[in-house]
Design a protein. Structure first.
Length: 182
């Protein structure tokens, strides 16, 4: 974890907060937010750190895509969520992006448990997790055997993942402001 310059922190806020608001209202993250976030992040880090900043941005973007794209391919999340995390990775670099991923995963787990518990779907969710594991072991897409596991299905229980990403990013920024060396 390293402290990010205030201009990079501002960029992160300007990307994740509107994306979260759109995801809450419209259940999608628009390209104009994510793609402009990627371009500005790469340009900003290139300006701040020259070639090192360019490579830092590209590595962050690449790692985010490497981890999030398979979740999109398995229809576990939307493309906007993948592009949003790519923008966050481009802004922060790969090492800080891993910290944001950690915060996002922890907060997302709590949010998901809250949603399934309040909807009385704990048992069904545990079955779905088992079904996903078995499907992947047998090299099958889980959504093919159970349409409820397709994020685009009306029967799916969905979370606005951009909200989770925003909360994880902001939590990381708070933690780095407290504990990261300057």
């Amino acid at each position: 974890m390293s402290y990010l310059p205030p201009v990079v922190q501002a960029l992160l806020f300007l990307v994740v907060v509107p994306a979260a608001l759109y995801d809450l209202k419209q259940r999608r993250v628009p390209n104009w937010i994510t793609l402009s976030g990627i371009v500005v992040a790469i340009a900003l880090n290139s300006f701040l750190y020259q070639t090192v900043g360019l490579w830092m941005s590209l590595k962050g973007l690449g790692l985010a895509m490497l981890i999030y794209f398979p979740l999109y391919a398995l229809r576990g999340m939307g493309a906007g969520d993948v592009k949003l995390m790519a923008a966050v990775g481009a802004a922060t670099g790969w090492a800080n992006w891993l910290g944001i991923l950690f915060f996002t995963a922890i907060l997302g787990g709590f949010m998901a448990f809250f949603v399934i518990a309040t909807r009385g779907r704990v048992r069904k969710t545990l079955y779905n997790i088992w079904f996903i594991i078995l499907s992947l072991v047998h090299r099958q897409a889980p959504h093919e055997g159970n349409p409820e596991l397709d994020v685009k299905s009306e029967r799916a229980v969905r979370l606005p993942h951009a909200v989770t990403i925003a909360c994880g990013t902001i939590s990381f920024l708070i933690a780095s402001a407290i504990w990261a060396p300057r």
